[in-house]
Design a protein around this ligand. Structure first.
Ligand SMILES: NC(=O)C1=CN([C@@H]2O[C@H](COP(=O)(O)OP(=O)(O)OC[C@H]3O[C@@H](n4cnc5c(N)ncnc54)[C@H](OP(=O)(O)O)[C@@H]3O)[C@@H](O)[C@H]2O)C=CC1
Ligand SMILES: CC[C@](O)(C(C)=O)C(=O)O
Ligand SMILES: [Mg+2]
Ligand SMILES: [Mg+2]
Length: 331
């Protein structure tokens, strides 16, 4: 059975009204949560470290900025929105010693709780509101009067109303305009990691590059390969986003639809599906989390090398040139 979906009218706004939210971090999610909450009438303090690059931006945006310890000390809700790999250390040194008993600790992703990198004290509420979209869209769609759907989970219910508090928080960032689905920290963490690795980020970028490389190796112009494999991806995904696969297939030619049916399964084969199951099991058994934690402890040798290699791929060079000519992409 489908989990219950909550909307704005289900939220008990009085639980967050008059409260102070410390948003720790002012990056992709941080700026969106802080600004959306402020626009919803919630008191927000942004907590950042000494010498933070984003502090000036937060102040320019009209927010109060302090160090992390001070922000946490006066907060009723502390939302941790710094990178996952930095959270455990900042939690131990600056957040835990300043958490008010009876306050709430909140996350937008369950990694650190689920994999035991953060173990909260028993006298706080612990919840998650995880927007199912990038932070910049969480802000953009809010300013357009819409919202990004969110997952909601409660890990610890000290005050007895943590789920209602979480829902009020989701309303404050605009998520309840689109719908808020209940889940657990475990299910959000595992499904989010799987989705971004196998489908949304890892899967899609490798698929696009493989298509681009095949066309270029076949003698076609890189510009043509870029339009075909990357640019048009958004247009096709937009149709699926709006109406599912059937709506996309309604809009494309029957030739494309026939090609879709006969070729798709030659690309995503049983071998690919078996590998997906392996990826999922390595997420579930903690192998991925351990590797990511160790990679950071080693100062990211693999991550940094891969970032450099990926930036040098021909599709990025051609894409930068072509996007420079797309007047509609310029601010
Ligand atoms: N990115 C996304 O859209 C999504 C992210 N999430 C989750 O949200 C959380 C935040 O991710 P994301 O928004 O990508 O994070 P970002 O990488 O965008 O966070 C960067 C922010 O954290 C600050 N920061 C870095 N180190 C510290 C520190 N030691 N103390 C205080 N502030 C610090 C940075 O400051 P500085 O100015 O110095 O760089 C910057 O303001 C994660 O749990 C993630 O999994 C969930 C859904 C989607
Ligand atoms: C898809 C990547 C994501 O999970 C997200 C934007 O939802 C993330 O961790 O950034
Ligand atoms: Mg995600
Ligand atoms: Mg994620």
């Amino acid at each position: 059975m489908m989990s219950k979906m909550y909307y704005e009218q289900d939220a008990r706004w009085e639980l967050i009204q008059g409260k102070t939210v410390a948003v720790i971090g002012y990056g992709s999610q941080g700026h969106a949560h802080a600004l959306n909450l402020k626009d919803s009438g919630v008191k927000v303090i942004v907590g950042l470290h000494e010498g933070s690059k984003s502090a000036a931006k937060a102040r320019e945006d009209g927010l109060t900025v302090t160090n992390v310890a001070q922000a946490v000390a006066c907060a009723d809700i502390t939302m941790i929105l710094i990178p996952d790999e930095k959270q455990a250390n900042v939690y131990a040194t600056e957040i835990a010693p300043n958490l008010k008993p009876g306050s709430a600790l909140a996350f937008a992703h369950g990694f650190n709780i689920h994999f035991n990198q953060i173990v909260p004290p028993a006298n706080v509420d612990v919840f998650m509101i995880a927007p199912k979209g990038p932070g910049h869209l969480v802000r953009r769609v809010f300013t357009e009067g819409k919202g990004v759907p969110c997952l909601m989970a409660v890990y610890q219910d000290f005050n007895g109303s943590t789920q209602d508090l979480a829902l009020a928080y989701a309303k404050g960032i605009g998520g309840a305009r689109a719908g808020v689905l209940t889940t657990t920290f475990k299910d959000e963490t595992e499904s989010d990691l799987f989705g971004e690795q196998a489908v949304l980020c890892g899967g899609v970028t490798e698929l696009i590059k493989a298509g681009f490389d095949t066309l270029v190796e076949g003698g076609y112009e890189p510009e043509l390969a870029y339009f075909e494999c990357l640019h048009e991806m958004k247009l096709i995904v937009d149709l699926m986003y709006e109406g599912g696969m059937a709506a996309m297939r309604y809009s494309i030619s029957d030739t494309a639809e026939y090609g879709d049916y006969v070729t798709g399964q030659r690309i995503i084969t049983e071998e690919t599906r078996a590998e997906m199951r392996k990826v999922l099991s390595e997420i579930q058994n903690g192998t991925f989390a351990r590797n990511w934690i160790l990679e950071n402890q080693a100062n990211r040798p693999m991550f940094n090398a891969k970032r450099r290699q990926e930036a040098a791929h021909n599709i990025e060079i051609v894409g930068t040139e072509l996007r420079g000519m797309m007047s509609w992409l310029k601010k």
